[in-house]
Design a protein around this ligand. Structure first.
Ligand code: ARG
Length: 369
């Protein structure tokens, strides 16, 4: 029987790794109902979690249709991770009016909380419907997607609201940048790091063919950025140092409308699940809204443990300012973001960031060092 060894391995890993959501959600009886093509596709989704049994999630979708095609598996995964019912439906909505916790004037201004201008950022993951997701792309797919995006970027660059330039890591690309230029963009928190360092992305096939098809568009004012070829085809983001969260949120909403209006850019969507992303943790909105805040008292022991313990019940994730799995800054600066992405609206996420920061700031102020 094909996959016999893998099924034995999964059963053994499942017993030892209760935190691995993909392994816990895998049902061999359901797997047995799939035809050969379905079995190979589903196994591909699970590979990262098998090779990295310490995973929290442990799987990635590899085709835009995977969430719907393998619903009996993904419904369990999504229910476990996002704490929603298995038949949950997602609705996208950027309208702030009427969202619980929105100040009466509609402005999410952290100056009202006694905070100074901070570095704030909202990003969304998006994938093009016409290409396999990054885990299943060939090198030619990756460079074809980049070429398609470069034609779209020409339109943004010609638009005075955006301008800027596209920078490519693909050898031979007319916009290719040098190793030093790439490092400078990484240091400026504009470009993403070499994905080969991430064992989850590597086992998923998402880091393959590096650096082909990888690059980033940066607007003239550097406040609007699109990554090409990271965990999702596109990571589209707005960032700014300021106090009013609406500024990055509204700008991203407008820019997304412009990008999705460009010919040839159809984003992968699921009727039931909303925005399709490689990782089930991002499904639905694909949105992460964050800001960098110094919490010297809550991090006085040099770790983010206390901040995390206080932030978790508030629905907030804490991480280092250098990205996922990075340590906190020397002055106790951490990156805070609402954890929810699925079965929550975009407007609720940005409001949750404001509400969460208010509570976290109160904890910091009250805390003895
Ligand atoms: N695949 C990893 C895990 O299952 C990371 C998941 C969340 N992070 C992400 N970048 N999608 O633990």
């Amino acid at each position: 029987m094909p996959y016999e060894d893998t099924l034995v391995r999964i059963a053994a890993l499942k017993a030892d790794h209760p935190q691995n959501i993909a392994l816990q959600s895998f049902d061999p009886a359901y797997f047995a109902t799939l035809n050969a093509d379905g079995q190979s596709r589903l196994m591909k989704c699970l590979n990262s979690g098998i090779e990295n049994p310490d995973s929290e999630m442990g799987c990635y979708a590899c085709q835009p249709g995977d969430y719907d095609k393998f619903r009996p598996f993904f419904a369990k995964v999504l229910a476990r991770y996002h704490k929603v019912p298995e038949d949950a439906r997602h609705t996208n909505d950027w309208t702030l009016e009427g969202v619980d916790g929105l100040p009466a004037n509609g402005v999410l201004d952290i100056a009202e909380l006694g905070l100074p201008a901070l570095s704030m950022r909202v990003r969304v993951g998006r994938n093009l419907a016409d290409f396999p997701l990054p885990g299943s792309m060939t090198r030619d797919d990756r460079t074809a997607l980049e070429r398609r995006m470069m034609a779209a970027f020409d339109q943004l660059i010609a638009d005075p609201d955006y301008g800027g330039a596209y920078h490519s890591l693909t050898p031979g690309n007319p916009n290719a940048i040098s190793e030093d230029e790439y490092q400078a963009l990484v240091d400026a928190h504009i470009m993403f790091k070499d994905m080969g360092a991430d064992s989850y992305l590597t086992a998923a096939g998402i880091a393959a063919d590096w650096p082909h098809g990888r690059g980033c568009y940066v607007s003239e004012d550097r406040g609007f950025i699109i990554w090409v070829g990271e965990e999702d085809h596109l990571r589209i983001m707005c960032m700014e140092r300021g106090t009013v969260l609406n500024r990055v949120f509204d700008r991203l909403k407008v820019a997304l409308g412009v990008v999705s209006g460009i010919d040839g850019l159809d984003f992968a969507m699921s009727d039931q699940y909303g925005v399709v992303t490689s990782c089930p943790t991002n499904l639905g909105t694909g949105m992460r809204a964050s800001l960098h805040i110094a919490l010297p008292k809550l991090t006085a022991d040099g770790t983010d443990k206390r901040a995390k313990d206080i932030a978790r019940p508030l629905g907030l994730s804490v991480r280092g300012v250098g990205g996922e799995h990075t340590p906190i800054g020397a002055d106790g600066t951490v990156d805070i973001s609402p954890s929810a992405r699925f079965c929550i609206t975009e407007a609720e996420i940005i409001t949750a960031l404001y509400k969460g920061i208010a509570l976290l700031k109160a904890e910091e102020d009250r805390s003895g060092a």
